[in-house]
Design a protein around this ligand. Structure first.
Ligand code: GLU
Length: 493
């Protein structure tokens, strides 16, 4: 019988999800789901210092928002519970005893002073930091005596002293290391808690994980992990080490704990989960063919973990903005308005004009900005002018290129006269546009000389949607009023 495909995300509960961890989560999820398997969440909290209350709920919430759903987790539970490592201490105890019995590990009683001194010397001699194995050959009686007398100890993994260790990464193929390069690293700390290197392997085995997807920063541990599986006599799962994600600026690694690269932050700024996922999946993978726009469903169908690249991926926020803008443009207006509302609320609250508080006005405001939005939070700044009673802008902004102030004023008067002739009932974007363009056309006038000052008079901004859209949304009265204010301002220039 073939084994059920199973993968896991194994984060520490640090309180937020780093964007690089979302990439790990997504690649793990797609690897497993593309093969019809189960994806589970296991919390690795054996490092007490890093625990943050409420972190698991927050983590699950943001992952679900992204579209990553688990089949088993600490919240859902499942047949391999518990899914939180701090609740599995008994399991680790039992397994370390078994490993000691099998001669795969040993007690080490070296004091931290001794270890520090040893490391300093190694550093001074330009040697790699490595435990000198002083306790590796203590006899069993000595060990029992020390334990009985309460001497603190750690338990270390016994690495082979020579020969080669081979391990196989699904993307890189065979990786061979010389056993002499391997440190007898710690499996159980002096407080009795397991390290990542122990708990992770025991759990992956007991939870019947078939595919391990993790960052390539774990490659140095890989041979040691494989040796641990072998020491227990367990099968080694398939390993897929994901390429690092680099910062575009400076090319360094995207830092692990920076709050500004947390998924929560992207969500708050108004990035759409579909756009974020689409962008993230391209950090190390590319679909066949040119179509890069893919939904989670399509990704599950198309993803092939064997095609993940092993070279570094670059995180380019401009590309993310491009994707997000693309997804925003394709959104249904009602849905976009609903999602934009939290960001718009402050503008709506500020105006005393009840017409501008109406759902219809708000929807029109969103509609004329839909094209320009890169993220939902942009909507606040972009639409603010529509809700202000009085616009503040330097009068000089009204003047297009080398225009004379007098000409600019004259042109605004012309526009005002055209608009005045459009009755309230006929105040549509098309009418406004047709009437103005017709006039400019008939008189062979340059559009910029007229449309620029009109747009600035209506928005007070260097950049905004076009004047016809804005005039339509503001309505006849307010548009005429704002143009008049601009005409008056030009009088004093
Ligand atoms: N707890 C590890 C981390 O947060 C998990 C690595 C792995 O997936 O094995 O980096």
């Amino acid at each position: 019988m073939t084994k059920k495909i199973r993968g896991r995300l194994a984060p520490s509960p640090t309180g937020f999800l780093h964007i690089g961890n979302l990439r790990t989560a997504l690649f793990g999820y797609l690897t497993i789901k593309s093969m019809g398997g189960d994806y589970i969440l296991r919390i690795e909290d054996t490092d007490d210092k890093r625990f943050v209350p409420g972190a698991i709920e927050k983590l699950v919430d943001v992952l679900e928002w992204s579209g990553i759903k688990f089949d088993e987790s600490p919240l859902l539970s499942g047949p391999y519970a518990p899914y939180v490592q701090s609740e599995r201490k008994e399991i680790y105890k039992k397994h370390i005893d078994e490993l000691l019995q099998k001669d795969g590990a040993y007690h080490c009683f070296c004091s931290s002073e001794r270890l520090d001194k040893m490391r300093e010397e190694q550093q001074a001699n330009k040697k790699p930091p490595r435990y000198d194995r002083q306790c590796r050959n203590l006899n069993p009686e000595e060990v029992s005596k020390k334990i009985a007398s309460g001497e603190p100890f750690v338990i270390r993994q016994k690495m082979p002293l020579d020969g080669e260790v081979k391990c196989f990464d699904e993307l890189r193929g065979e990786i061979t290391v010389n056993a002499q390069e391997l440190d007898d690293h710690v499996l159980i700390k002096s407080n009795g808690m397991p390290t990542y290197q122990f708990a992770n392997i025991v759990d992956d085995h007991l939870m019947e994980i078939t595919h391990v997807t993790r960052g390539e920063e774990w490659i140095p541990s890989f041979p040691k992990n494989v040796l641990l599986y072998t020491a227990f006599g367990w099968d080694v799962p398939k390993f897929i080490h994901l390429p690092v994600v680099l910062n575009k600026e400076g090319g360094g690694k995207l830092s692990k704990r920076q709050g500004d690269v947390s998924v929560e932050e992207f969500r708050e700024k108004g990035y759409l989960s579909d756009a974020l996922i689409n962008f993230i999946v391209l950090l190390g993978w590319h679909p066949e063919g040119d179509d890069e726009i893919l939904s989670m469903e399509e990704l599950i169908k198309k993803f092939d973990h064997k095609k993940i690249s092993s070279s570094p991926a670059v995180f380019d926020v401009e590309k993310l903005n491009y994707f997000n803008g693309y997804y925003i443009r394709r959104m249904d207006l009602d849905k976009l308005t609903e999602m934009a509302m939290p960001y718009l609320k402050e503008n709506v609250d500020k105006t005393s004009d009840t017409r501008k508080k109406s759902p219809d006005f708000i929807k029109q405001a969103v509609k004329i900005e839909q094209e320009r939005l890169k993220k939902l939070s942009d909507i606040k700044e972009y639409t603010e002018f529509l809700f202000l009673d009085k616009l503040e802008y330097p009068k000089e902004m009204l003047i297009w290129k080398k225009q004379e102030a007098g000409d600019c004023k004259y042109n605004l008067i012309t526009i005002r006269n055209i608009l005045e002739k459009i009755a309230s009932e006929e105040w549509t974007k098309e009418n406004i546009e047709n009437k103005i363009l017709q006039y400019l056309n008939d008189n062979a006038l340059k559009a910029g000389d007229f449309l620029w000052p009109t747009r600035v008079a209506l928005t007070g901004k260097q950049q905004s949607p076009g004047p016809f859209d804005v005039a339509f949304v503001l309505g006849r009265e307010e548009s005429l009023e704002k143009i008049q204010i601009a005409i008056d301002a030009l009088n004093v220039l």
